[in-house]
Ligand binder design. Structure first.
Ligand code: G1P
Ligand code: ZN
Length: 539
């Protein structure tokens, strides 16, 4: 029954910040997915006798890709696959299942927050036995293999029924189809004070969870409505759709505008949270109030004592270099370590594995803790609900109390999309060369104190990574530049800017950061090189 199929390699199967991510029309080319999966298997010494977790966010092609991978796994001698019902698991649930079952690896079929559907994106993330995405070194090995692959193994057999819970066999491989929510819910119940959150809902607290027509809809209904008692209908866009109903399932002020409009209207509930396509990102809103993700990480850290699982103390915290420094001020006050790592969740994992950190987060709407090795959208929402339940304060009040204590870090990310890759590479290259010449210079009345690339030395494995360029000002403001590693359409230049204010908390972030954006564009020659006079997206 095992077939060895001859194939020719593709040369573009490099993994980015979070796995391999491509347009659907690229992924569906003949043997494209098979080549990648066989290369993955081969570069980790095969999968003979191994157990993997396999699922996806339900986007277009999830159903076809999963059947291909099931057959290839059996043909390659995999011992067992654990699969969420109908082939779906959120990214955080997948990490949980992997860790709980001590599986050898995990494959998640997702392009995260990128649009889905036939004209959208598809992706594959590979996690190792620590529950987190593989290191850059492993990605590189897989990529090398994809460039020379000549054949892959599969089985000639009908598709597996993934709607049926329980155990079935394909050849010698066991397939266990599991309830996608059960174990995840149990873990959340162990972390948070569910009784307090139930009481909050009983008291009439109003709430919306927007699943953006993606994987966390059923999780939201189970956890928020059925278990915690939020009124029926509190979960919006709850049915996972292959094209996310045409939404760009990225929970931010631009792509979740419908939710933002609701929260700034007169019918706003007390709280709203949203997740992205695969359930690892989150957005937090109060009545007429938005919490920036960098602030959210800092606020959760400052309030860790209210959460049963963390009340006895936390290790350090970590943020990506692009994320604002708000959490560093909290860490200083709590007298815990604050690490700064390159963008991409995998960079937090060594710190969690060695108990150096408990919480971590990225400006791109990702927050989580060491309960798993991925970011976790529902965890972040439950954390906020738990703080609200414990303090009786609103989202706005909690945030304002935080600003009063630490000052406010105004922060925005500006994206310049669809730039020719050569132009983007040259811009970054030349900017890096010019950085030393900016030190001590004054632009728009602001003096540059330091300017250098961000270089990270992993304290655990000793590896070094360069990711982004940093420009610091004497007034505490900071610009960070980097190129996206998840795009599927040319290059995206991301410019992250923050400015610190100890006294004024009600300014408009766009106004505060305007002059720094001007400086950022000037010193990187953005207009001159890309023709763009302003960013395409501000979040
Ligand atoms: C983006 C975000 C990054 C996140 C990643 C995966 O990567 O910026 O924080 O970890 O998506 O969700 P980028 O496109 O910037 O490389
Ligand atoms: Zn995601």
């Amino acid at each position: 029954m095992i077939k060895t199929v001859e194939t020719t390699p593709y040369q573009d199967q490099k993994m980015g910040t979070a796995g391999i991510r491509k347009k659907v029309k690229t992924i569906i080319q003949q043997n494209y997915l098979e080549n990648f999966v066989q290369s993955l298997f081969d570069s980790i010494g095969g999968v003979q006798g191994k157990t993997f977790v396999l699922s996806g966010d339900g986007r277009y092609y999830n159903d076809i890709a999963i059947q291909k991978i099931i057959k290839m796994s059996a043909a390659n001698g995999m011992k067992k696959l654990i699969i969420g019902q109908n082939g779906m698991l959120s990214t955080p649930a997948s990490s949980r299942i992997l860790l709980k079952n001590k599986a050898d690896g995990g494959i998640t079929l997702t392009a995260s927050h990128n649009p889905g559907g036939e004209n959208g994106d598809f992706g594959i993330k590979y996690a190792t036995s620590n529950g987190g995405q593989c290191s850059a070194q492993i990605s590189e090995k897989i990529y090398e293999k994809t460039k020379t692959i000549t054949s892959f193994k599969t089985l000639d057999t009908p598709d597996i029924d993934l709607s049926k819970l329980g155990i079935q066999y394909l050849d010698h491989m066991e397939i266990e189809v599991i309830d996608p929510i059960k174990d995840y819910l149990l873990m959340m119940e162990e972390i948070f004070d569910f009784d307090a959150i139930k009481k909050l809902f009983q008291s009439g607290f109003t709430f919306v969870f927007d699943a953006m027509n993606a994987v966390t809809g059923p999780y939201g209904i189970k956890i928020f409505e059925e278990v915690l008692g939020a009124p029926k209908g509190s979960v919006h866009q709850a049915k996972p759709l292959p094209d996310f109903g045409g939404l760009h399932p990225d929970p931010n002020l631009v792509y979740a505008k419908h939710l933002v409009d609701l929260m700034y209207s007169d019918h706003a509930p007390d709280f709203a949270g949203a997740n992205d396509g695969d359930g690892d990102r989150n957005m937090i809103l109060g009545k007429k109030f938005f919490v920036s993700p960098s602030d959210s990480l800092a606020i959760l850290t400052d309030n860790y004592r209210y959460i049963p699982a963390y009340k006895d103390g936390i290790y350090g915290v970590a943020k990506s270099a692009a994320t604002s420094t708000a959490v560093c001020r909290v860490a200083e006050k709590l007298n815990i370590a604050c690490y700064e790592v390159p963008t991409g969740w995998k960079n937090f994992c060594n710190l969690m594995d060695t108990n150096r950190i408990t919480f971590c987060g990225e400006e791109s709407f990702g927050t989580s803790s060491s309960h798993i090795r991925e970011k976790d959208g529902i965890w972040a929402i439950l954390f906020w609900l738990n703080i609200i339940a414990a303090t009786g304060k609103s989202v706005e009040q909690i945030t304002r109390d935080f600003w009063a204590k630490y000052g406010r870090t105004y922060y925005l990310r500006f994206d310049y999309d669809g730039i020719d890759s050569n132009v983007a590479d040259a811009l970054m290259h030349d900017l890096e060369e010019n950085l030393p010449s900016f030190e001590g210079k004054i632009f728009e009345g602001c003096k540059v104190s330091r300017a250098h690339p961000f270089v990270y030395h992993d304290v655990v494995d000793g590896s070094s990574t360069k990711n982004g360029l940093l420009v610091y000002f004497e007034d505490g403001a900071r610009i960070c530049y980097r190129l996206s590693g998840t795009g599927t359409n040319g290059a995206t230049l991301r410019v992250y800017i923050e400015a610190y204010d100890k006294h004024n908390f009600d300014l408009n972030p766009k106004d505060v950061l305007k002059k720094y954006l001007k400086i950022a564009a000037l010193i990187a020659q953005i207009e001159q090189r890309t023709g763009k006079t302003e960013p395409d997206l501000t979040t």
